[in-house]
Design a protein around this ligand. Structure first.
Ligand SMILES: Cc1cc2nc3c(=O)[nH]c(=O)nc-3n(C[C@H](O)[C@H](O)[C@H](O)COP(=O)(O)OP(=O)(O)OC[C@H]3O[C@@H](n4cnc5c(N)ncnc54)[C@H](O)[C@@H]3O)c2cc1C
Length: 284
């Protein structure tokens, strides 16, 4: 049970939503699927005076806009995982969304936008958005701005979203059909939070090589990413060479009940190698 009083609004337009945010700012919270906000309010970790429910803002659509696929901030994991547009153009998002735990409630109710705004470093979403060069569209009474995913996640549970802004869309550049996807996560058990995740996008670059874009989640306070190349048939020492600097990217290592200091930094190269193999050799 939520023990503190709050006002509830369910605006039907973005203009009304941002007017509320402009008025109440830090005293308010937008609710997406509520799978994080409501439990947090129940045990007092978040105590907004005003709750602004996004459910009537029609932010759950997934559509094409020129070279982008647009995922509304309220699109659920289930919606993303089953979208033909997502599978055809940004497969990594479908792969990631299909692997979310928590059962049907989380899959149907948890949203990509809510996860991004919460900024939990252990979530699957932030690193995948960085890998995909996503842009997050934020609206306020002053107008709108797009923030690159690589600049959106600032620290654990801290994002570039200002208190008077609502996330409305996540915009993802469409990928060429030749891009291959690998996504691997190391977990303590099936239902526990990921310890380290690695997303790999591999695009044929000629001369028997792939251009790789790799993002690592769960290990560092914010996602880290890098680009490199790999042969189409990499040997173990090729992969070891590619991942030699991975540990050094993890400058603010996450440490928790699943893994103490140093563990994530140590295992990250192996997790990256698995994601690369999944992408270019189809090792699933
Ligand atoms: C049992 C369980 C299992 C889970 N398993 C996984 C897993 O395997 N992998 C994983 O990554 N995550 C997992 N999660 C976390 C899950 O991804 C998040 O709970 C969910 O994505 C959050 O989305 P939401 O819409 O419910 O957010 P909400 O709870 O509605 O909101 C979260 C935060 O974001 C803010 N917010 C929400 N929408 C907006 C918006 N449009 N604009 C501005 N601010 C907004 C809220 O104010 C709040 O601070 C799990 C959670 C549970 C409870």
């Amino acid at each position: 049970m939520i023990s503190h009083d709050f006002d509830y609004h369910a605006p039907t337009t973005i203009a009304d939503a941002v007017a509320l945010l402009s008025r109440y700012g830090e005293r308010s919270a937008v609710v997406g699927g509520g799978t994080w906000l409501i439990p947090n309010m129940t045990y007092g970790a978040q105590r907004p005076e005003v709750v602004i429910d996004a459910k009537r803002l029609q932010l759950d659509r997934i559509f094409e806009d020129g070279d982008d696929i647009v995922v509304g901030a309220r699109a659920s994991y289930g919606h993303v995982a089953s979208s033909g547009l997502i599978r055809a153009n940004v497969e990594l998002l479908a792969v990631m969304s299909s692997g979310i735990t928590g059962g049907p409630q989380i899959v149907r109710q948890g949203t990509l936008g809510g996860s991004a705004c919460y900024g939990n470093p252990s979530s699957d979403v932030p690193a995948c958005l960085v890998a995909l060069n996503a842009r997050l569209r934020l609206c306020s009474a002053a107008g709108r701005r797009d923030v690159a995913a690589s600049e959106f996640f600032l620290a654990p549970f801290v994002t570039a979203r200002r208190p008077d802004e609502i996330l409305t869309e996540i915009r993802l550049p469409k990928q060429a059909g030749s891009v291959r996807t690998g996504y691997y996560k190391l977990k303590f058990s099936t239902g526990s939070w990921p310890i380290v995740t690695a997303a790999c996008l591999a695009e044929p670059a000629g001369a028997g090589h792939f251009a790789l874009r790799i993002a690592i989640g769960g290990a560092n306070a914010i996602p880290v990413s890098f680009e490199t190349q790999a042969p189409a048939q990499p040997r173990a020492d090729d992969l070891a060479g590619i991942t030699v600097g991975v540990g050094d990217l993890i400058i603010s290592e996450v440490s928790d009940e699943f893994a103490g200091s140093g563990y994530r930094r140590t295992v990250a190269p192996s997790i990256v190698i698995r994601a690369i193999r999944m992408a270019i050799q189809g090792d699933h």
